[in-house]
Ligand binder design. Structure first.
Ligand SMILES: *Cc1c(COP(=O)(O)O)cnc(C)c1O
Length: 338
């Protein structure tokens, strides 16, 4: 096996030497007792970055979102959510299974937002026929697409008018902050809670941070324990995330630049359609499934790994250098101009 250029996802990033060293030397304690100094410091650091009272380390983004939903909603209550968003589509129905929380799925607009008039029309009146609408969930970025500051403010105002809480699945929120050129707290200032993944483009092996008010995080801590997410010497993981914050945030812009170069190359090819490109993601469409499979094979022979068939997702990240990007572009051009 030769080294792969792995465009399937930014979750394929490997912890660097420096990150491993930081993990190896981290002071640790039993975090279920609140004794882990590295976890405590990280939680405080991330809470400050997000402008929230408190933050909680969880093993995965899925558990972080689940715990957020369980903390916001009781049994028989409802969350309004994009039907292509992770918290509805890709978390195995956890909110329904573990929380008896009913989703109200909403079609996602082309720019990754939810139409706020549509959202408003789907908020239920207080009537015993209906589940109680309790929470609005957004996702930023969604398929690499950034939800703008104005939109976030409008969504928050809508939620407030209707007495809903607002949770943001900010798995890739640092990509959004990078693209918008703003601090994290500017994007999440109006949300009640935000979940941030560090195991994607930020390159930590494990971990998400859920941020919110002291009261919310206290509730989240109980749900995390129930979900089996209370960890012991978790400082080794927190250290990796701390390292990522020091070294891997500013470099996200080079991922965005690499993705953009791939998108620009695709734009120059007649046989491939560029569906979207924002932040670190490029979505392309090929003539049909067969072409997709053949092109996937062609890429694999050149050490390039990509997800999809007719529709393909190409993700730039920490493990994709400028030279790798050149190789991807060369392969695209070679295959589609033959
Ligand atoms: C990856 C991802 C998550 C959760 O990820 P885990 O793989 O469980 O860590 C949540 N939301 C979005 C949008 C994601 O991309």
């Amino acid at each position: 096996m030769f080294a792969m250029i792995d465009l399937r996802s930014d979750t394929t990033t490997q912890p660097s030497e420096g990150m491993r060293r930081r993990m190896a030397s981290a002071p640790v304690g039993d975090d279920v007792f609140g004794d882990d100094p590295t976890v405590n410091a990280l939680q405080e650091r991330v809470a400050n970055l997000a402008g929230k009272d408190a933050a909680l380390l969880l093993p995965s983004g899925t558990q972080s979102n689940l715990v957020a939903l369980l903390s916001h909603c009781q049994r028989g209550e409802e969350y309004l959510v994009g039907q292509d968003y992770h918290t509805y589509l890709y978390e195995a129905g956890g909110a329904a299974v573990f929380g008896s929380i009913q989703p109200q799925p909403i079609p996602v607009s082309a720019d990754g937002t939810l139409d706020l008039e549509l959202v408003q029309s789907l908020i239920k009146p207080d009537d015993p026929h209906f589940a109680l609408s309790k929470l609005l969930v957004l996702e930023n970025t969604h398929n690499g697409k950034v939800l703008g500051l104005d939109y976030m403010a409008q969504a928050s105002a809508l939620a407030q008018r209707h007495g809903l809480s607002l949770h943001l699945d900010g798995a890739r929120i640092f990509n959004a902050a990078t693209e918008l050129g703003v601090e994290l707290k500017e994007i999440v200032g109006d949300v009640d809670s935000v979940s941030i993944c560090f195991s994607k483009g930020l390159g930590a092996p494990v971990g998400s941070l859920l941020c919110g008010s002291d009261e919310f995080i206290a509730a989240a801590k109980r749900w995390r324990k129930m979900a089996g997410g209370g960890l012991r010497q978790a400082g080794v993981l927190a250290a990796a995330i701390d390292y990522a914050l020091d070294h891997h945030v500013d470099r996200l812009k080079s991922d965005h630049a690499n993705a953009k170069r791939i998108a620009e190359a695709v734009s120059g090819l007649d046989a491939v359609t560029l569906l979207s490109n924002q932040t670190n993601m490029v979505f392309i469409e090929l003539a049909d499934e067969d072409t997709g499979a053949q092109f996937g094979q062609f890429l694999a022979e050149r050490g390039i790994n990509a997800l999809g068939g007719k529709r393909m997702r190409l993700v730039a990240h920490l493990g994709i250098s400028e030279q790798d990007t050149d190789a991807v572009i060369a392969s695209l051009e070679e295959y589609f101009t033959l």
